[in-house]
Design a protein around this ligand. Structure first.
Ligand code: FEO
Length: 615
């Protein structure tokens, strides 16, 4: 009996799940099963994207027959020849003998290696397209994500990326097909990380290449060969791929992996972990003899700092730790700080050997503060554990507890000058409401989270752009560069868009993919974002927004709020003798007089009396 899932008007999932598989690829435990995804595009021509593993062949063929009905199968696009996606190729061609296989030359060679079958083959290469009626398919080569023949397919009609192994996840599909139908971060992200790091973790450079190619297209949906289809919040998984493929940690903290025969090495590892936690450092611990290596490898990709603690065994590293390190190095782990604890009752060698193995990796810093145990940790060695804790904490970007804070009579002082020690940038915030474009200058914008790529901006409520963002939920940020002239601030900052069209006579305006204008000169980057939450903060509204596009426009450094006062704003005129007055710190407007009238607002930039200083 068929069990299909509709993805869109023209696209149907015809894959199947396997919850009995003990070890995926013979190596990776899959306690939650695995899905083998196959998709049928019902266009003027029918197109099948990949097939499935032999274990689920019957359900796949039931699904395919149900969706095709009396229609022929015109094309089979083979994106990946690993047998979990191609095992039933021969049977498929017997059932649908007129099918044309669309593949690249490397795939064709692999077909001949795996099968002895005559096929109608349509060879494609990088950038080739295939029109199937309403849809146009673009083929993008993605070698080594995960095999050399891998390619992905972009359907430019519906903006769907068929991503082969990329963006896949361990775990069977339990009824839901879309990632937004489940709590992906809570229930599936660990399995997505374990899948990525173990299957393609070695090939970060190649994944980066694919991400760059994919970024040239607008993508509304990602259809991988395992796990969920992504149709919302794509940036949450793409941003993880950016981190993983560049071997950058997701979290600051310490992963401790230990191999202990009689518990003494474990004891030292636990004491280390306990003392790190006492100092506010997050830790996770794994006994390498009982935890599958794939889980520890995934954790090593997640955390910034790694500790390996191992007893010495047969004059070498303990067997399970040695296997883990071999695996970790093979998966190309990079950019980590590592500490080592060794143990040996008569000739400890494991520490030096662990160091030598990890030195094969790129950009691994191994701390000098190691600990060498003789059978068990003694009180006299606690100082060495503390030295390791201190070295790890020094390397971690965490604030230390009990920093001195000035106080008066038990009350903490709020010194306004301290606020100016914070760094602020300068940005043109732009929005579009119907046919109306508008923009203003803001100085508070910051990335809040990496996954999803989320930013926060603060906008004064008096700005017309503020109301437009509140209403439409979308905006662009043009990040101003150091070359920005004062005239741009006059243009966008000193009058309201309620009465004027600020973009009509601005020479540097372009429109981004979201339809909103941005400033293309004297800027170094464009960020487009959609608001996910707002917070009323009195004079300002704080907008939390997910980034939908981020494009570097130039290599020029960003201008800072301090630059504005130091270099950009014209120096206020020297006061003539006997002349008393006030100058606006924001725009330089001079008010002559003994005191500012109550409720005075700068006629140029509309800032209040608090932004004036005496001449
Ligand atoms: Fe799911 Fe590389 O195959």
């Amino acid at each position: 009996m068929h069990n299909i899932k509709r993805i869109s008007d023209d696209l149907i999932w015809v894959g199947a799940n396997d919850r009995r598989l003990a070890m995926f690829e013979g190596v990776y435990s899959v306690p939650y099963g695995v899905s083998y995804n196959s998709y049928l595009l019902n266009d003027e021509k029918t197109v099948l994207f990949d097939t499935v593993d032999q274990a689920v062949r019957q359900r796949f063929f039931d699904n395919l027959a149900e969706v095709l009905g009396t229609r022929p199968l015109d094309y089979l696009v083979i994106q990946h020849m690993e047998p979990d996606h191609s095992a039933v190729l021969e049977e498929l061609t017997m059932r649908y003998p007129n099918v044309t296989v669309v593949c690249n030359a490397k795939t064709h060679a692999l077909i001949k290696q795996f099968f002895d079958v005559d096929l109608n083959v349509h060879l494609v290469g990088e950038g080739d397209t295939l029109n199937t009626g309403k849809h146009t398919l673009h083929f993008i080569m993605a070698p080594m994500v995960h095999w050399p023949e891998v390619m992905v397919t972009y359907d430019s009609t519906d903006k769907v990326l068929f991503s082969a192994d990329a963006f896949g996840c361990f775990g069977a599909l339990n009824g839901a097909i879309f990632a937004d139908e489940v709590d992906f971060d809570k229930d599936y992200m660990d399995e997505a990380r374990r899948y990525y790091t173990n299957i393609v973790g070695k090939y970060g450079t190649q994944v980066q290449s694919l991400l760059n190619k994919a970024s040239e297209h607008t993508i509304d949906m990602i259809c991988p060969l395992h796990g969920f289809v992504w149709r919302k919040n794509l940036s949450s998984i793409v941003s993880k791929y950016q981190l993983w493929s560049q071997y950058q940690p997701e979290e600051h903290g310490v992963m401790i992996a230990y191999a202990s025969v009689y518990g003494n090495t474990e004891n030292a590892a636990e004491i280390l972990s306990s003392r790190l936690c006492d100092n506010g450092v997050k830790t996770v611990m794994f006994d390498v003899s009982v935890t599958p290596a794939s889980e520890i490898i995934a954790a090593a990709f997640r955390w910034s700092h790694l500790v390996f603690a191992s007893t010495t065994y047969n004059a070498g590293i303990f067997v399970t730790m040695e296997a883990l390190l071999y695996d970790l190095v093979a998966h190309n782990i990079q950019n980590r700080t590592v500490a080592i604890i060794e143990n040996g009752s008569w000739a400890a060698t494991s520490g030096g050997l662990i160091r030598r193995k990890l030195e094969e990796c790129k950009n691994i810093t191994i701390l000098e503060q190691s600990v060498s145990l003789q059978s068990s940790l003694k009180t006299s060695q606690l100082a060495e554990i503390d030295a390791m804790v201190k070295a790890l904490m020094t390397d971690l970007p965490l604030s230390l507890p009990n920093d001195p804070c000035p106080s008066k009579g038990g009350e903490l002082l709020v010194d306004p000058a301290a606020m100016f020690k914070l760094q602020y940038g300068l940005f043109i915030l732009s929005a579009k409401d119907g046919l109306k474009d508008n923009g203003c200058v803001i100085n508070v914008a910051s990335q809040i989270t990496v996954s999803p790529v989320r930013i926060a901006i603060a906008v004064h409520k008096s700005n017309f752009t503020h109301d437009m963002v509140l209403k439409t939920g979308e905006f662009n940020l043009s990040v101003l560069a150091k070359s920005v002239p004062f005239s741009l601030f006059e243009h966008f900052g000193f009058h309201s868009g309620k009465n004027t069209d600020k973009f009509a006579d601005c020479a540097y305006v372009k429109r981004a993919a979201n339809g909103i204008c941005y400033v293309s000169q004297h800027t170094n980057c464009l960020i487009s974002a959609k608001v996910v939450e707002t917070l009323d903060s009195g004079t300002h509204t704080l907008f939390l927004a997910d980034v939908t596009q981020a494009t570097v426009l130039s290599t020029e450094p960003s201008a800072t709020y301090q630059d504005y006062f130091d270099h950009i704003r014209p120096k206020p005129p020297k006061p003539q003798e006997d002349h008393k007055g006030f100058v606006c710190k924001i725009c330089g407007y001079v008010f002559e007089g003994d005191c500012l009238p109550e409720g005075f607002v700068c006629p140029l930039c509309k800032h209040g009396s608090q932004d004036f200083e005496t001449l």
